[in-house]
Design a protein around this ligand. Structure first.
Ligand SMILES: Cc1cc2nc3c(=O)[nH]c(=O)nc-3n(C[C@H](O)[C@H](O)[C@H](O)COP(=O)(O)OP(=O)(O)OC[C@H]3O[C@@H](n4cnc5c(N)ncnc54)[C@H](O)[C@@H]3O)c2cc1C
Ligand code: FES
Length: 264
């Protein structure tokens, strides 16, 4: 969890917007304070326009950090994301962040990081791979989608892909690709999985990792209002250490959780 003293609420300048296909855009926001303290896995809560509608901000993973700029990768799914993707260069948007916890990459408990993502869940992986690279930690990106146009591999390195329809890469889902890569010996040493994507994918992944004793961290989503533990809108039910169900505020205790909490 980010100390509240490092969370900034700033008017960030939109410096670039790039449509990259499949209803997805990458938006660059100049916000030096957030860029300086962001860690991979953190998110920002963005007011998508200057109007009172939509009222609530929308949460987005930090896709990349470049100097004073953060990038977010936004998939259009409704009114807020549609308005955000229409933002033009020079627009000022209110951005709160960095928020939430981050991926655990400094533990020394693994030799190769396996970055497993599906659909728009690939958004946090570029910042994560850059942070791993900076520490000299080997990694492999495994990216899944229903079909080839869903694969958001732009900018990623060491990348293998899987599509449900076999139109690109491995024919199957990304969890099957992970099993295949491990069985083929393509990822040396001890593994740790870092993942983001749709819940059914994350559940299957969590179960495989638990059965294989592979440490695993998942970045989850829920509907979020405030992003800082005030509105109680982001409650999710997870396993606790005793195997019982407990409810947590995902914006405060997540969005990154231990995979063992998501197996049931
Ligand atoms: C921690 C976190 C990180 C995320 N990172 C990304 C990202 O990097 N890229 C990306 O494209 N999307 C990301 N999302 C999802 C994104 O926030 C939602 O797609 C967006 O808020 C939908 O807004 P909308 O107004 O376009 O959709 P709406 O028209 O409001 O609803 C469309 C769908 O989005 C869901 N939704 C609505 N509001 C929210 C909300 N505040 N939070 C979550 N889901 C909501 C609704 O349940 C519905 O299924 C993230 C969500 C969370 C919680
Ligand atoms: S989003 Fe408001 S409490 Fe989590």
């Amino acid at each position: 969890m980010i100390p509240s003293s490092t969370i900034a609420d700033v008017r960030a300048l939109v410096t670039d917007t790039r449509a990259i296909g499949a209803g997805v855009s990458v938006i660059s926001l100049e916000c030096p304070g957030i860029a300086a303290t962001a860690r991979p896995g953190n998110f920002v809560n963005v007011k998508v326009n200057a109007s009172s509608q939509p009222l609530l901000r929308r949460p987005f993973c930090i896709h990349d950090v470049r100097g004073n700029t953060i990038d977010i990768m936004v998939k259009t799914v409704g009114r807020g994301t549609s308005l955000l993707c229409e933002a033009t260069c020079g627009t000022g948007l209110l951005v709160l962040g960095p928020l939430g916890n981050s991926f655990g990459i400094e533990t020394g408990e693994f030799d190769t990081a396996l970055l497993v993502s599906g659909g728009i869940g690939t958004a946090p992986m570029l910042f994560l791979e850059k942070s791993l690279s900076a520490r000299g930690i080997p990694f492999l990106n495994l990216v899944g989608g229903r079909t080839r146009t869903d694969l958001l591999t732009r900018g990623l390195s060491n990348c293998s892909t899987a599509t449900d329809d076999g139109s690109e890469g491995f024919h199957g889902n990304v969890v099957e690709l992970l099993k295949h890569q491990i069985a083929s010996g393509n990822a040396p040493g001890r593994h740790k999985v870092f993942a983001c994507g749709p819940n059914p994918m994350l559940k299957a992944l969590a179960r495989f990792c638990a059965a294989s004793s592979i440490p695993c961290e998942l970045s989850l989503e829920s509907v979020m209002g405030c992003g800082v533990g005030i509105c109680y809108g982001c409650m999710v039910e997870l396993n606790n250490a005793d195997g019982e169900k407990e409810r947590i505020l995902l914006c405060r205790e997540g969005p990154v959780i231990d995979g063992n909490r998501f197996t049931a």
